[in-house]
Design a protein around this ligand. Structure first.
Ligand code: SAM
Ligand code: DTB
Ligand code: SF4
Length: 329
């Protein structure tokens, strides 16, 4: 086992990024093997339980009310609809169901509804994750008490670049929510987005912020920006695929015991790049044809990819006639 360190310097992480690519991937693969079964890939399915009309101005996000993306806003989904989506995700082999809401922070009555959803999804035997914006300590505790496993709240980018991307909430606000989630005893899912025209030093800064948290997040989603027309980042230059791979590898080395998830942006990735990312320590994916509002590879294609690579992903209870995420809501 390699030691779990919380004292990484930016210089150390920048030096890892600078390694010859295959040396970096090799070291990341060694770290991966020391902490995990390298053949296992965890699969989570997402559902947007409340879509669009969000008051925040996150420059990457199709759900912000600040931009015209053509997305139809939807109220909070009924409990039965959420249960139905979760049951399909389970039948398709997902082990975790992640519910996302386009809120700045939930009102207490919103939280009542989310609590009922968490309870219903848990009853199906799935792990649960919620991402619903900023939380106060008592709200995080309420979610812990109802049995929620993970809360997702991302740092998104480096502290320096953050102000270019989001102006309606601060980096400190995000750290406060993460502390409340941790203090409540919930598992933390926290990562960010690359490909937002940031510099490599910002990718270093994001991973440094994550790897120097008092405890590493149990789950680290690394999103590649999905460039949505109408958002300020619609025309951001594409990130070089090997730079994405480097980001995954450095995340694996810096946070050896965390699950690193290939998150948004897989639809545009080659199978070869994804295979290299799994070699470099990625060990989770979002599974099912939809993320929150944008596309994700077909579940069948992901099962085929994992099988081709000899990786163990979703255990399909029964071959689902309909893929998760496509039932009427
Ligand atoms: N509204 C809540 C919040 O932001 O705290 C939760 C939902 S929000 C959509 C969850 C995460 O999705 C964001 O923090 C961001 O990292 C990611 N995300 C949103 N839009 C994205 C995009 N176009 N490409 C990649 N990741 C994106
Ligand atoms: C995360 O880091 N990525 C997921 C999940 N956490 C909630 C969301 C990705 C959203 C991509 C854009 C969309 O589909 O709206
Ligand atoms: Fe709202 Fe979350 Fe999108 Fe930001 S990322 S605009 S908070 S839904």
């Amino acid at each position: 086992m390699t030691a779990i360190r919380h004292d990484w310097t930016r210089e150390e992480l920048a030096s890892l990024f600078d390694l010859p690519l295959l040396e970096l991937v090799f070291r990341a693969a060694q770290t991966h093997r020391a902490h995990f079964d390298p053949h296992a890939v965890q699969v989570s399915t997402l559902l947007s339980i409340k879509t669009g009309a969000c008051p925040e101005d996150c420059a990457y996000c199709p759900q912000s009310a600040h931009f015209r993306t053509g997305l139809a806003a939807e109220r909070l989904l009924p409990l039965d609809t959420v249960r139905e989506h979760a049951a399909r995700a389970k039948a398709a082999g997902a082990t975790r169901f992640c519910m996302g809401a386009a809120w700045r922070s939930p009102r207490d009555k919103d939280l009542d509804a989310v609590v009922a959803m968490v309870e219903a999804v848990r009853e199906l035997g799935l792990e649960t994750c919620v991402t619903a914006g900023m939380l106060r300590a008592d709200q995080a505790q309420r979610l812990k008490d109802c049995g929620l496993d993970y809360y997702n709240h991302n740092l998104d980018t480096s502290p320096e670049y953050y102000g270019e991307i989001i102006r309606t909430r601060s980096y400190a606000d995000r750290l406060d929510t993460l502390a409340a989630v941790r203090d409540a005893g919930l598992k933390v899912c926290c990562g960010g987005i690359v490909g937002m025209a940031e510099a490599r030093s910002d990718r270093v800064g994001l991973l440094h912020a994550l790897a120097t948290l008092p405890r590493h997040p149990e789950s680290v989603p690394v999103n590649l920006l999905v460039r949505v027309p109408g958002t300020p980042l619609a025309d951001a230059p594409a990130l070089e695929p090997f730079e994405f791979l480097r980001t995954i590898a450095v995340a694996r080395i810096a946070m050896p015991a965390s699950v690193v998830r290939l998150s948004a942006g897989r639809e545009g990735m080659s199978e070869e790049l994804q295979a290299l990312c799994f070699l470099a320590g990625a060990n989770s994916i979002f599974y099912g044809e939809k993320l929150l509002t944008t596309g994700n590879p077909q579940a069948q294609a992901d099962r085929a990819l994992l099988a081709k690579l000899g990786l163990v992903g979703p255990a399909v209870a029964e071959e689902p006639e309909i893929e998760p995420g496509c039932c009427a809501s």
